[in-house]
Design a protein around this ligand. Structure first.
Ligand code: NAP
Length: 462
């Protein structure tokens, strides 16, 4: 009996009510500053199971804090925890100089941002490290807003970037951020702090060039067509057709801008290919302007899709008004082929345009392999460009032969917009020639053309 009871004993221990077992000690973290960011961070930490202590200038009169948090003086708070989140603006870091002893060996997380770029000669985190050399400064959480911290990570704010010189200190912050539900991206040493501090100051950087371009092209073609269509008719024929500005003229501008911008998505790729062929290597950097251009191709394409969608919408409403007139004309088979092909190219082009736009969404592109993605964006992209360009050629048909279309000696807008896509497609055709394609493929697989002159000079020297 006694031996049996001995065997049963351990099981009875594991069956004890949960509340009776000793709960593991929750880690205590410290936050300096009881402002917006400090409060939001404290609340999230408490919800995740940490204990939180605030260090404040006014521990007895600071505003409402998350339930369960303690508040004390900076000195006392710093002594109680190993990791301190500094939720104070950089301008107020001076008070830390009095805490050099208490902060020695502690992990100091700098969450600060500035209002503008390059306000200070060094990054806030580097300044902090210089101020408290004994602490391990880690820059983190600055790319999140107090609001997103409070609401928990969502897709748009799931990432925490960090950097710091101490691997152990970074590891502690990584663990905390991961527990809070964030994905952590380590950007290296504290020298990356300025880059992280500049992140939140960015305002759609990759959209700037495409937006400027879209605005410039729209303005140019609007005034160009306004003069050619409305002003010309008024001056030469004494007819006021200014009402056309709202729909007809707009519907000429949108497809023009759309086609030019779509071809501008593909032009840098072609230019880069020719540059590689000319240099005989892929290991030389592209010029900065080409790099920047290539980096904003997605935005160029999305804006082009926007203009194409406007063109579709406007085209749908235009016939309603114009078709109400009783126009009878003799049936012409050639013309019927032209018009039907014109619509077919437009519809197919727009369908593929939509596919390009959808596949550029991160959620879709992440589900595609690199080969699938490049098949859609490159092969189908060129097909889209071909359909849309052909659609425009069919629109023009033989108008380029008729002098009446060159009002005031200016070519029609559609003719101007065909220049860039035609050039892009012609250059692409050259690249597709087997001899050119072979050389380009070899270069892209690492082959380099050696310079015979350079080689002979080298051999003379040796
Ligand atoms: P805040 O609401 O103005 O709070 C700052 C806190 O700093 C104050 O509540 C105060 O806390 C403390 N403080 C003020 N003057 C001080 C001084 N002279 N000496 C010592 N402590 C002082 O600012 P916040 O929005 O929370 O931002 C705090 C930090 O987080 C900033 O560096 C900011 O760049 C960064 N940040 C904020 C956000 C955001 O969405 N708000 C986002 C990313 C990063 P006590 O009165 O308790 O001492």
């Amino acid at each position: 009996m006694s031996s049996m009871s001995k065997e049963v004993k351990p099981e009875s221990v594991s069956l004890c009510p949960l509340g009776m077992t000793a709960a593991p000690e929750q880690e205590l973290l410290c936050i300096f500053g009881t402002g917006d960011f400090g409060r939001s961070l404290g609340q999230r930490l408490l919800q995740t199971g940490y204990r939180v202590v605030y260090g404040s200038r006014r521990p007895h009169s600071c505003g409402p804090l998350p339930q369960g948090a303690q508040v004390m003086s900076h000195e006392a708070a710093a002594q109680s925890a190993g990791v301190i989140f500094l939720c104070v603006h950089r301008e107020n870091y001076d008070f830390l100089e009095t805490l050099v002893t208490q902060l020695k060996g502690k992990v100091l997380v700098d969450v600060s941002n500035n209002l503008k770029k390059n306000v200070y000669p060094e990054a806030n985190a580097e300044y902090l490290q210089r101020l408290i050399p004994g602490a391990h400064v880690v820059k983190a959480f600055n790319t999140l807003s107090a609001w997103s911290l409070q609401n928990g990570p969502s897709d748009a704010s799931r990432q925490v970037y960090l950097c710091g010189n101490s691997a152990e200190a970074k590891q502690q912050v990584v663990e905390t951020a991961t527990k809070l539900g964030f994905n952590v991206l380590d950007r290296g040493t504290l020298s990356a702090a300025r880059e992280l501090e500049d992140f939140p100051l960015q305002l759609f950087p990759e959209w700037r060039l495409p937006l400027r371009l879209a605005f410039g092209l729209t303005a140019f073609f609007f005034f160009y067509l306004l003069i050619r269509d409305v002003v010309y008719t008024y001056v030469e024929q004494d007819k006021d057709i200014s009402f056309r500005i709202m729909v007809s003229l707009a519907n000429k501008v949108f497809p023009i801008v759309s086609l030019i911008m779509l071809s501008l998505c593909y032009l840098p790729g072609v230019v880069a290919a020719f540059l590689q062929l000319y240099r005989g290597t892929k290991y030389k950097r592209f010029p900065d302007w080409l790099d920047r251009w290539m980096l904003c191709r997605k935005q160029l394409g999305l804006l082009a899709l926007g203009f194409a969608s406007l063109h579709v919408l406007y085209t749908l409403i235009i016939p309603i008004r114009y078709l109400t007139g009783n126009q009878t004309s003799v049936f012409d088979t050639t013309m019927a082929w032209r018009v039907d092909s014109y619509y077919a190219m437009g519809i197919l082009g727009f369908g593929l345009y939509l596919l390009l736009g959808i596949s550029s969404l991160p959620s879709v592109s992440n589900a595609l392999s690199w080969r699938e993605f490049s098949f859609i964006q490159s092969k189908l992209g060129y097909l889209t460009l071909f359909f849309c360009t052909f659609h425009t050629y069919l629109y023009g048909w033989d108008k380029f032969l008729r002098p009446s279309y060159y009002k005031w000696y200016t070519p029609p807008g559609y003719m101007l917009c065909l220049v860039v896509p035609s050039v892009v497609m012609a250059l692409k055709l050259v690249i597709l020639l087997p001899c050119v394609d072979r050389s380009l493929t070899r270069i892209r697989r690492g082959w380099e053309r050696t310079d015979p002159e350079g080689d002979s000079k080298k051999s003379l020297l040796t």
